[in-house]
Write a protein that binds this ligand. Sequence first.
Ligand SMILES: [Cu+2]
Length: 355
Amino acid sequence: MNFCQVASKQLKIVRAVILAFALVVIPQAVSAQDTAAANVQTQNVADASVPAEVAADGQNAEAAVGADAYKPLGPDMIVGQPTPGGMTFQEQYSPNGEYALWMHDAILLPIIVAISLLVLGLLMWVVVRYNRRSNKVASKTSHNTVIEVIWTLVPVLILVVIAVPSITLLSRQYESPPEDAFTVKVTGYQWYWGYSYPDNGDFEVISNMLDDDEAVARGLPEKLAVDNRMVVPVGEPIRIQTTGADVIHSFALPSLWFKLDAVPGRLNEKMLLIQKPGIYYGQCSELCGVRHGYMPIAIEALPRPQFEAWVLSQGGEIGGEDVSDEPEAADLQEPESSVEGAPGAGAPPVDAEEV
Ligand SMILES: [Cu+2]
């Protein structure tokens, strides 16, 4: 077999691998740049301490008994948010997020780096060793069985190695919440969020972005801070349901590995488990109109007692009936026109035979 032909075949392979590299790695790098840009945009303001009252929301003026036990978390409790100059994923605070981050850091990134370096090495080797000057007589090799088997099997093995954690992560993301999980229904509006609590009296909290000045005054990140946060209990599975009131929005929190579209006329559902108390920031992630960039998400994860105090402060109720029970069936309501003698009733029905 002619050596130069092997080289020319290798050149073709190298070209194909470079193309694959361009398709897979470069878009990732671009998206990392986007994230970095977003990070710079949301430069956090330093540690101005904020009195709890300032951050308190004014949803319900009448606070129930026990409601005063609730104090909104200050800026020192921000856990999940972008950082200036950040390049990779945010730190993760949910079990799925930790698994996904491990998969990225321990499996995907090393494989990508190794393939990139291998391709670069092959390319340099070909450029230096097989150029026209140093290799005057070109090889006429047409094929090499050993090399062909290797370049077929190795990529297959790499894909199999990646597929195992990838499919595991996929199935974990589809895991349903337990039947008795606490539920929050998230509604996307143009351009703010509504959080309703069907297990606690079905009150709804409306969440709007704070002005930059107001956010800075409270020591909170601009474009992410909101007037009323979505408050949830920490360390327990939560059933998040999303829907859209007008157009499609997307409820996304990078540090919790959570993203779920909010589609009008549809109720999407996904489980969320937050491992650490604190504040987590996200944004609407579906282009939804002119103020799409101004509908941030802020979740406040609190231990059960503080969460329940917050529910009371919103005029909600605690405990109630077991949510796993079937709801009591309402009385069957008959239309007024079916009740004889009622104002809305029509003429009594007449049998066809009598006519
Ligand atoms: Cu939106």
